[in-house]
Ligand binder design. Sequence first.
Ligand code: UD1
Ligand code: UDP
Length: 383
Amino acid sequence: MLKILTIVGARPQFIKAAAINRAIKSQFSNSLQEYILHTGQHYDDNMSKIFFDELGIHKPNVNLNIGSKEYELQIKEMQQGIEKVIIDEKPNVVLVYGDTNSTHAGALAGSKMNLPVIHIEAGLRSFNNVMPEEKNRIVADELSSMLFCPTNTAVQNLEKEGFKHSPKQPFTKTQKAIYHCGDVMFDNSLHFEKLANQNSDILKCNNLTEGEFILATVHRGYNTDNADRLSSIFKSFISISNQHNIKIVIPLHPRTEKALNGKEHKDLFEELTANKNVLLLEPVSFLDMIALESNCRMVMTDSGGVQKESFFFRKPCVVLRTETEWVELIENGNNVLAVQSEDRIVTACNSLLSKNDFTFPSFYGDGKAAHFICEKLISNIAS
Ligand code: UD1
Ligand code: UDP
């Protein structure tokens, strides 16, 4: 039996973890055992608990309750907490997801304790070294033994950095097991779509009609912590909504809610709340989010996950960033990057709203990424 210590801490990681947890329970419970550690990076019920309740993941075995902290301090406290759990629980491997501070801490702790680290969503690069996420994912890739890449581009990024594939232990700094496995988020979208459309009442509760609203999310520090950029983004939402007489639904990340509620944005926040076509919501559950994504007209987001989910549900997406890790969606014309000014965002939005020749190649696998990952864990590490 291979005991996996899974590190989660932020909203998208609870969702990603659901795919592997589901695969272990349904097909690999004889060979794989999972111990889930929540760092406490996200802690509001609607940023954390709701996902464990809704997605059928077993509750975290331990929560370090680290909470929000300055970058280095948060990672250091998480690492120390994870190391203690490694000593007590004696896992065989440490599994980390994505690019958050929790990912970084998990990779540091696993590597320091001489355990193989498994990185799911490896090889992604934005080539924007200012983003904490870019630092986190580079550290995680360096320290991991097995790198599971969601896209071909991610595999190529690793090859360009000098990583070489080697399927068996011993793994070294540059020789690692590198796999193109598809995206566990795609597994989840396929798995939960029907359930979301049966169980979610978010459209009804908010008087929303299929195809007649835009869905928007914003949370990147790059956008929330820059007053001009945040203001351009939210002004563009108002302009688009007015121009097209269309509702715009915005589940607000707590970080964005705090920024908009600050002194600098007082007038803008009042304008947003007074506008009947702008719906500012609390963060929503994953099933509600899928119901919104699969029924909207278009998506506008700076989220990594939501950029792809818009594609899974065949919606165009304005990516509110200057660059992205999910380049295939830009190259294929499904998504457009725009964030520099209100005008640029509105223009990008209008170009996507008037386009109707989208294609949807299978960039993200066949919906069985989690199954593939579990099989490789068993064959490369357990045997
Ligand atoms: C983090 C990740 C980001 C990921 C995002 C997913 C890092 C560096 N960033 O960004 O990659 O896309 O999670 O949502 O790890 N807050 C609350 N309640 C919560 C959580 C956060 O109020 O439950 C507020 C706090 O004011 C906190 C701020 O949000 O300071 C930012 O939280 P943090 O976890 O540092 O970064 P995110 O922006 O959530
Ligand atoms: N999500 C959600 N409720 C929300 C906003 C997002 O369930 O109110 C889901 C979304 O569907 C996706 C994931 O959270 O699966 C993305 O997380 P987030 O945007 O916070 O982080 P990122 O993907 O940018 O790291």
